[in-house]
Design a protein around this ligand. Structure first.
Ligand code: NAD
Length: 374
């Protein structure tokens, strides 16, 4: 929810007519694109490599609902950020006023098993995108230069792990602990350096854990939900007491879009839902919802089991979102109970989508990133 007066649609149709989203076939990028497609007077370009976690179904459904004009509003560009030449061509084709950079490898467990792909996509890929974006920015007219923005979507995981009672804020020192968070931290530093050295107008949001519909079912909430629906064991790492600060994906989207306009250049903004919950609490809440919806003769909580901890597992994340609230007027709209209900209900009703994306990806719900098996 935004408490500022000017509507985002108005801002976009006046300043950001051509928007390039990287990673738009993913969970958060897809939510960004579906939101942007509701705005009048803008053209959206979706650049994505289409990795295992990606899917265009939700966007295609949205486009169908918009009718015959939709192909003038949206273009998909299949491209790998690691391919310098293709990225240069894509930027020239999109000719953007705003770049929202979400494309990344995003799963910590996979980064433990195969870090190289994280270094390539998240670091080298961001470097390629910055280089092409800078050339594009330097060639813009003075008028378009005034508004151009490169906004980088990052994570709170770059700050490491928190002790009890403290919070991450924009002043927190970077201390990434996993190959994933280290690669995201590196990309944040590159983005800042391209502002400081070359004058590219950038901003960054560091957000806490997102949840909601259309998330690839390897992440905690959909994984637990699908395993529980199938009556399979629900694996929780360690003692289940690791704490994450959960944010409903649509709230993250509003924070990203508002920051591109109201946020200051070269600033990073911490985004979080003030929902610090243990993994065990989240698992039990999902089980309670499934008990209500599915009315089985057993409680789904019986499926919860504890497995060997993730190597280097960060204990606690929690965000102090005061800066983005005060400067940008953003506050989350969804409380955790409502967001979780919507999400669990969505996974119950969209089992076909889950089966299809799982089949396509080859992922069968197995543990990834177990050091003893690497
Ligand atoms: P996701 O895995 O669902 O989507 C990532 C998308 O990026 C996919 O569509 C994939 O095909 C694309 N991609 C990956 N490598 C690429 C490459 N080399 N070239 C082009 N496209 C590529 O991830 P998500 O959860 O939607 O996360 C999106 C962004 O938000 C990431 O940058 C992530 O670090 C950040 N983020 C995620 C969360 C979260 O809880 N999911 C929280 C904070 C920040």
């Amino acid at each position: 929810m935004l408490t500022k007066q000017v509507s985002l649609n108005q801002v976009f149709s006046e300043k950001y007519r051509r928007v390039l989203v990287t990673g738009g076939a993913g969970f958060i990028g897809g939510a960004v694109i579906r939101r942007l497609l509701d705005f009048q007077g803008i053209i959206v370009f979706n650049l994505d490599k289409l990795t295992y976690s990606s899917d265009l179904y939700s966007i295609n459904e949205k486009l169908k609902s918009l009718g015959s004009d939709s192909d003038k509003k949206y273009t998909f560009i299949k491209a790998d950020l690691c391919d310098e030449k293709i990225i240069e061509d894509a930027i020239n084709k999109a000719n953007p006023d705003l770049i929202l950079h979400l494309a990344a490898e995003s799963h910590v467990d996979r980064s433990i098993e195969n870090p190289r792909i994280f270094i390539n996509s998240n670091i080298v890929g961001t470097f390629n995108l910055l280089q092409s974006s800078l050339r594009h920015f330097n060639n813009l007219s003075t008028d378009r230069k005034k508004y151009f923005r490169f906004h980088h979507i990052s994570t709170d995981e770059v700050f490491g792990s928190l002790e009890k009672d403290s919070f991450f804020s924009e002043k927190t020192k970077y201390d990434p602990r996993s190959p994933y968070s280290a690669s995201k931290a590196a990309s944040d530093h590159l983005v800042n350096a391209w502002q400081n050295t070359y004058g590219l107008p950038i901003s960054i949001t560091n957000c806490s854990n997102n949840y909601g519909p259309w998330q690839f079912p390897e992440k905690l909430i959909p994984l637990i939900t699908l395993k529980a629906i199938q009556g399979e064991k629900i694996p929780l790492y360690g003692d289940g007491k690791n704490i994450r600060d959960w944010l409903y994906v649509e709230d993250h989207v509003e924070a990203i879009l508002a920051t591109t306009f109201y946020g200051e250049i070269r600033k990073n903004y911490c985004v979080g839902g003030k929902n610090q919950l243990s993994n065990l609490f989240v698992a039990e809440s999902i089980c309670e919802l499934l008990d209500q919806y599915l009315k089985k003769e057993f409680s789904h909580k019986k499926l919860i089991s504890f497995v060997k901890d993730r190597p280097g597992h960060d204990k606690r994340y929690a965000i102090n979102p005061n800066l983005i609230s005060e400067e940008i007027g953003w506050v989350p709209k969804f409380d955790f109970d409502d967001g979780l209900k919507k999400t669990v209900f969505w996974y119950i009703n969209n089992k076909l989508w889950c089966d299809r994306i799982l089949r396509k990806s080859g992922y069968k719900g197995q543990r990834i990133g177990d050091l003893s098996k690497i």
